[in-house]
Design a protein around this ligand. Structure first.
Ligand code: FMN
Length: 302
């Protein structure tokens, strides 16, 4: 089923979330071949950046804890990988970018090779170096909007803003991004910070000690965030966070997501998770005798 999202036609529902199998063009194209309708690359910074030392991720019973630390191979290499993805798949290409200042977001977005990118996603869950507390840009309506305002005049591509669930009033933050010119909202990024401890060494399991939680544990938080955002904005939502089953994706869409995304679920269930979920959604709609458009935000109409 094709879906129009931000005036871009997605050949199928289901978007690969940023940071999972999203560094090489080859792995991204492979996820698309296995059923994803959109692919988000790992967040790109202008210059190459090392992330945290290993271990950076730990699977546990209810999800995943990670502190990769925004590693990036830089814009030039990322452009090559996005070119490969474009030439080897029919999926919509979403380029996730991040920066330490609004201007750095803009500069990185402008350096993307525009013929290989359909949508730009601003990952504003990274620290704002100008903020005296180093809070993420997504922490307040004002700082979130400052990034959108910097990037909006610099590109004609649709802009998605990726929001964090870790600050109060996600609906208001989404609204400030809409007012600043965003075309859509992606939510949610990881929840936290969280920590796991090794019961033999008594040390935190991640080198960074703390990390973001993803996977099934965060589904209820994600559903609530999408519900709040849907009430606050008119622009469409790419809803993600904890989806591993058809029922999870249907809840996300009922809460208001126009399209759904999966990250950790791909690690837990495999790349064909998108095919399974899309088949499940089709069967559900046929059984309920409702259209896909009827399902989007249906929880608000009851
Ligand atoms: C290992 C890992 C790396 C991630 N890296 C990024 C990233 O670079 N940029 C970003 O916006 N989100 C990143 N995320 C967050 C995911 O895109 C997604 O928002 C979050 O994991 C919730 O979805 P999920 O429960 O389906 O994984 C990362 C998540 C994981 C697990």
């Amino acid at each position: 089923m094709g879906i129009n999202f931000c005036n871009v036609n997605f050949p199928r529902n289901g978007v690969l979330a940023s940071g999972i199998l999203g560094v090489t063009g080859c792995s991204m194209a492979n996820v698309a071949e296995n059923g994803a309708g959109g692919i988000t690359c790992k967040s790109i910074s202008k210059n190459e950046r090392n992330g945290h030392p290993t271990p950076v991720a730990q699977v546990y019973e209810h999800g995943l804890l990670n502190a990769v630390g925004l590693s990036s191979t830089g814009i030039d290499n990322s452009n090559k990988e996005l070119k490969y993805l474009r030439e080897n798949s029919d999926a919509v290409v979403i380029a996730s970018v991040f920066g330490a200042t609004p201007e750095e977001f803009r500069d990185t977005a402008v350096m993307l090779d525009e013929k290989n990118v359909d949508i730009i996603e601003l990952n504003i869950s990274c620290p704002n170096v100008a903020d005296e507390f180093g809070l993420a840009f997504s922490a307040t309506p004002e700082s979130a909007a400052s990034v959108v305002k910097a990037v909006r005049p610099a590109t004609n591509k649709p802009i998605l803003v990726k929001l964090s669930p870790n600050f109060p009033n996600i609906g208001r933050i989404a609204k400030s991004c809409e007012d600043a010119g965003a075309d859509g909202i992606t939510a949610i990024n990881t929840v936290g910070p969280g920590m796991l401890i090794d019961i033999h060494t008594y040390q935190p399991k991640l080198s960074n000690k703390c990390g973001g939680v993803s996977g099934p544990a965060i589904l209820p938080i994600a559903i609530r965030c999408i519900y709040d955002i849907y009430k606050s904005v008119k622009i469409p939502i790419l809803g993600m966070g904890g989806i591993t089953t058809t029922e999870d994706a249907i809840q996300m869409i009922a809460a208001g997501a126009r399209i759904y995304g999966v990250g950790t679920g791909v690690i837990i269930q495999g790349k064909d998770i998108f095919k399974k979920i899309n088949n499940g959604i089709d069967a559900y709609l046929a059984d309920k005798k409702i259209s896909y458009d009827d399902l989007v935000g249906i929880a608000h109409k009851q």
